[in-house]
Design a protein around this ligand. Structure first.
Ligand SMILES: [Zn+2]
Length: 204
């Protein structure tokens, strides 16, 4: 049975990988507390600077990505099963958005507007426009932005449904911030992934 060798090898590989991940976790967490300065490491956060094309090779983003891949934050699903680098994820989505003729700020302010309108329903669906229905569920507690700055967000979940197409999008308050400030729509396979194309289709 020489063919079993391959299986043995891949088992060993994944074991090694998970060990490495749990080792990295505590390091990443202490870095998160100590090393980051008060900016997000993304040129895109700074007013007046273009967000696209200048975020490659940022050591801060690389650290942030390592933190996100650590199990503590991965549990919240920021990156999903996306194996692309964090700068690549951000840049690809911002390019897609630009091709559609929207900015992240424009998108985020529309998301915020719908969340604010939906809040009036106190957990029940509110028809806020002819073709748009919004439900906002408030959850106890707060969640922090994974970027290194003071940012806490209510665990509010907004569900927007288009009555004309039946299409739905869902986001947390943190997601609005991640889009507006960091241009981060979360990774593929994340439960809170906001595909820019779908988002534009549902919101406008
Ligand atoms: Zn942030």
């Amino acid at each position: 049975m020489t063919s079993s060798r391959e299986d043995g090898e891949s088992d060993a590989e994944s074991d090694a990988e998970s060990d490495a991940e749990s080792d990295a976790e505590s390091d990443a967490e202490s870095d998160y507390e100590n090393d980051y300065e008060n900016d997000c490491g993304l040129g895109g956060c700074l007013p007046g600077k273009p967000a696209v094309g200048i975020m490659k090779k940022s050591p801060q983003l690389q650290k942030l990505e390592e933190t996100m891949r650590g199990s503590a934050l991965a549990a919240r699903g920021f990156l999903g099963n996306d194996r692309r680098s964090l700068p690549e994820i951000i840049e690809t989505d911002l390019h897609a958005l630009a091709r559609l003729g929207y900015t992240k700020e424009h998108l985020a302010s529309r998301m915020q507007e719908l969340t604010d309108l939906g809040r009036q329903g106190l957990g029940t669906a509110v028809r806020v426009e002819e073709h748009v229905e919004v439900t906002v569920d408030e959850h106890r507690g707060q969640i922090v932005c994974p970027w290194p700055h003071a940012g806490r967000f209510a665990k509010t979940v907004t569900t927007v449904r288009r009555l004309d197409t039946g299409e739905e999008m869902r986001w947390a308050e943190l997601s609005i911030h991640l889009v507006a400030v960091h241009g981060f729509f979360q990774g593929r396979g994340s439960p809170f992934r906001l595909d820019p194309q779908r988002l534009v289709r549902v919101l406008f």
